[in-house]
Design a protein around this ligand. Structure first.
Ligand SMILES: [Zn+2]
Length: 302
């Protein structure tokens, strides 16, 4: 059994992998509530529990998710609908042929109104994050899927949801060997809000102007939490390389490439899927692409 634990940093760069203690962190919000049933089409039927005081939906079970929220958070049925829509979008983008129908247990999604509640669930490693996910597998089967979100921010309380759901979906698509870290994070970052993506691109730009980007082989081999001074460039470069590769084809093709990476290594996967002659060739092409984009941006300035 191996466990995949990931944390997303929407407010700031990731602080690294943290171990989320699952035992005892899920507290039901249904006490004192009144069960009700939504009027939904059968295929998207939601089972909800409303708060006995205000009538707000605090618990909702949809076909693929179980959502719990607390006072001050968005209603659970709205969150469940968003989760289902995002999962369908990821299915269309990433791997229509994957094993999507074996999605038991449902993915638990918990919204926290305060940082203390959030940190109690995800552990101190999540201090600089607003979303985290954990997937546990046993014998190639997912036995736990869970996403925790901090919804105290003024903006979109679900801004970290797409990123975290990418991690959960990839665990389903890669039950035997986890994807390379750069590929998984880069793909998840593609689904982040534009302002967060821009912060990562700025980190990469500053690195390129200073001590430089990571050698591609170094990026490929990063398996754990990057050293603190490398975090900015690691995430910025992961996003940039995934953007470059997905622009050569489709996101589904990129997922096939990642499968080939886990089976045959990066160099063979690059040759087979993209016709790129290994990591060194990718590095040359990626840097030329960045340089061309930079020159284009400079030329376009008034
Ligand atoms: Zn992530």
């Amino acid at each position: 059994m191996w466990a995949l634990v990931v944390l997303a940093a929407v407010a700031s760069p990731m602080s690294g992998i943290a171990s989320a203690a699952l035992a005892g962190i899920v507290t039901g919000s249904a006490a004192g509530s009144v069960a009700a049933a939504c009027e939904e089409p059968a295929a998207a039927r939601l089972h909800v529990t409303r708060c006995g005081c205000c009538g707000t939906v605090r618990f909702c079970q949809s076909p693929n998710f179980v959502v719990r929220t607390h006072p001050g958070c968005p209603a659970a049925d709205a969150v469940a609908r968003r989760c289902e829509a995002l999962r369908q979008q990821l299915r269309e983008h990433l791997a229509a042929q994957g094993d999507w129908d074996r999605w038991e247990p449902r993915c638990e999604v918990v919204l926290h109104p305060t940082r203390s509640s959030y940190l109690q669930a995800v552990g101190p490693g999540g201090a600089q994050t607003v979303g985290s996910s954990v997937v546990r597998l046993r014998g190639g089967e997912v036995v736990v899927r869970r996403i925790d979100l901090l919804s105290e921010s003024r903006g979109d309380a679900l801004s970290a949801l797409p990123h975290e759901l990418v991690h959960v979906v990839l665990a389903q698509l890669f039950p035997d060997a986890a994807p390379p870290r750069w590929a998984e994070e880069g793909l998840a970052l593609l689904y982040d809000p534009a302002d967060k993506q821009q912060r990562h691109r700025d980190d990469l730009r500053r690195a390129l102007q200073g001590y430089g980007a990571l050698p591609m082989q170094r990026l490929f081999l990063e398996a754990g939490s990057p050293a603190s001074w490398q975090r900015g460039v690691f995430y910025g470069q992961s996003l940039s390389v995934v953007e470059y590769l997905t622009a050569l084809g489709t996101r589904e093709q990129f997922v096939r490439f990642v499968h080939r990476c886990t089976a045959s290594g990066h160099d063979a996967a690059l040759r087979d899927v993209y016709g790129i002659d290994g990591a060194a060739d990718l590095e040359r092409r990626w840097r030329a692409h960045l340089w061309a984009a930079h020159r284009g941006a400079v030329a376009a300035r008034p």
